[in-house]
Design a binder for this molecule. Structure first.
Ligand SMILES: C[S@@+](CC[C@H](N)C(=O)[O-])C[C@H]1O[C@@H](n2cnc3c(N)ncnc32)[C@H](O)[C@@H]1O
Length: 220
């Protein structure tokens, strides 16, 4: 399994070529709902990027964003900390939730970062990861290469660290690309070759597949 390239500083245009306006639903809303329903606070949003999870939460919900990319942090809301997921700069048992959304496939050893999330969580605290499936976007690709943390493996990897794991999968037409420019931009954002755009006639709706993996820190 290979980790997905971590190119946020070397090629910021790749990540920015993805437009959230293409999405039919806010993928952060269900995570925010789970966090608020459990009153899990503060939230450590690790690999938080531009802070989309914080925007889905109520305005006064305490969120600390952690990311290791100076480029990403420049556009992120405060409070924010530059740090790497396997070494979180917070005390043990100090936070109510740790989110690692579309992050762990960038790591060679996601389990190490998940264990670090567990360390940071208080008892009954909430862990949540999100990731895509190898079979997402079948309209554009016959399959993404396996990664260190794709939906096919993610639940098993989280279960090595947490006992109480709850998986919520999606398999639905969730992304609409209005024209060829959008299809090309989507391909770039997902490391697909530009020729993949020739497989579809826009407007095109993509079938998104992936999962959230929720877990609670119970005493072991
Ligand atoms: C695909 S983006 C997801 C951003 C955000 N979670 C979201 O869903 O919009 C992955 C983010 O993880 C960050 N990242 C990658 N490796 C990291 C690491 N080892 N520690 C902390 N952040 C990391 C990147 O800089 C980037 O902001």
């Amino acid at each position: 399994m290979r980790r997905v390239s971590n190119d946020y500083d070397a090629d910021p245009g790749r990540w920015r070529s993805h437009d959230s306006g293409w999405l039919r639903a806010d993928p952060f809303a269900p995570v925010a709902e789970r966090i608020t329903s459990l009153a899990a606070r503060p939230v450590l949003d690790v690999g938080g990027g531009a802070g989309a999870l914080g925007r889905a939460l109520p305005e006064d919900w305490p969120v600390i964003l952690v990311d290791n990319s100076p480029t990403q942090l420049r556009g992120a809301p405060a409070p924010k900390i530059r740090a790497s997921a396997p070494a979180l700069p917070v005390a043990s048992s100090s936070v109510g939730a740790v989110a690692m959304l579309w992050l762990l496939y960038h790591l060679d050893d996601p389990e190490q970062a998940i264990a670090e999330a567990r360390r940071a969580l208080c008892d009954d605290g909430l862990f949540v990861a999100a990731t895509a499936s190898r079979t997402s976007d079948p309209e554009l690709t016959d399959g993404y290469p396996p990664t260190t943390f794709d939906a096919e493996e993610a639940p098993r990897i989280v279960a090595r660290v947490f006992d109480d794991v709850d998986v919520v999968s999606w398999d639905a037409p969730l992304t609409v690309l209005p024209d060829r420019a959008a299809v090309l931009a989507f391909c770039r954002s997902h490391f697909l070759p530009p020729e993949a755009a020739d497989r579809v006639t826009p407007p095109v709706t993509l079938t998104k597949r992936g999962c959230f993996v929720y877990a609670r820190k119970r005493a072991r």
